[in-house]
Ligand binder design. Sequence first.
Ligand SMILES: CC(C)(COP(=O)(O)OP(=O)(O)OC[C@H]1O[C@@H](n2cnc3c(N)ncnc32)[C@H](O)[C@@H]1OP(=O)(O)O)[C@@H](O)C(=O)NCCC(=O)NCCS
Length: 421
Amino acid sequence: MTTRVTVHRIDPDDPAQVDAVLDMDQLVWADDLRTPREVALADTPTRAAWIARVNGEAAGIAASWDVELSVPAAGGGASLRPVEGLTWVGVHPDHRRRGVLTALIREHLRWTRDEQGRSISVLKASEPGIYGRFGYGVTSSTVMSSFGRGTTFAAPSAVREVADATTLRTTTASPDQGRRWHALARECARTGAGHIVRSPQDSERLLADNPESRGTREPARLLWATRERRDVGAAYFHRTPKWTHGKPDGTVGVFFLVSTDAGARLALAERLVDIDLMGTTEYWVAPDDVLALWLPSPRSLGGSGVSDNMWLRIVDLPAAVAERGHAADVDLVVEVRDEILQDNAGAWRWTSTGADAAVTRTDATADLTLDIGDLGAAWLGGQTLGARAAAGFVTEHRPGAVAELDAALRTAVGPVGTIDF
Ligand SMILES: CC(C)(COP(=O)(O)OP(=O)(O)OC[C@H]1O[C@@H](n2cnc3c(N)ncnc32)[C@H](O)[C@@H]1OP(=O)(O)O)[C@@H](O)C(=O)NCCC(=O)NCCS
């Protein structure tokens, strides 16, 4: 029997539809329902949310956050672009594996491209096996790290001097710091690719305390780093106290840590790994994070290994290419496979000269063939097309073509790990 799935975008002003989204989310994610309904409703993403129905019955949901992503800029660093952050994806247990998610994703991708005019969709995945089939690639990775109390970071003296000139101040996180946080996050995002900056409204909401949903943890704190009266970094963390055999053994959980420079990062990290009554600080770093480089080797990071951080899907290839800086001139023909968005598929002449890059339709013979997901993986500098060619995903028809495109897409530093959304 074929299942007919329909997808419609909810009306954010219709309480019944918003209720339906929240009910589905709480069911799918086994929510403990301790958060008061009005608080949960205020956190429900209504800006863009979809409900999938099977025979008229609600079967699944998806939503999208309005976020900015830092992408590689011409000449180095990064620039912010508006993208869509897919979120709140869930399918009713009675309707699993009948194409409900597939219908929701197809609609999200179409809407992102055709109605929002945005070139990229990003997400954080609950499980690794879900999103590759929809053209998303793992664009950044994270090392799930755990720092013991008093961890020493062997930063060079020039960095330490900047850290010493940085002032730290602990506050309790609160919505009235949202605009300040947002402004700092935008500034930090220009230092490298892979940052997600939430909207000002969402930043405010994220900093609100909800006692029912934080369990045994304290209210979240914001540690601000300033220098010469300017914000140069901030960390969002909370402590969970614990006593083991009479000794203090609490955990510091760090959810965001952003900085405009290495000195601010060092100052923040040294404070976070040396908080009284705490034994361990958990913070997941990107492989190229300076915090990892200031330790003797990756083995010193502790934790539980490497995981995917963010997935990226190009929905409008010409726009995405024009919005991304290229590190070298290139002129070649790429055959792109995209089974969902046919406008991306086919042969493209890919050129970049100085600060300008473009793809244009061509009938010429392809120099290489790849999947749209291969580009998602390489877009922020987290993977090379060469590695994906070695794995058999990218096919080279002219020797050297893969290396030429890799040189153009190269970034000085790998992508950062980003906040959850
Ligand atoms: C993950 C989830 C959304 C999938 O929804 P679904 O409607 O069952 O997915 P579909 O039927 O559209 O599946 C499409 C394909 O993805 C595969 N797939 C779906 N979920 C998968 C998973 N967790 N791991 C691996 N493959 C998965 C299906 O087998 C199917 O493969 P096929 O095309 O080869 O037949 C659903 O199981 C769910 O709600 N899980 C709990 C919440 C969650 O993890 N949400 C994702 C948040 S990032």
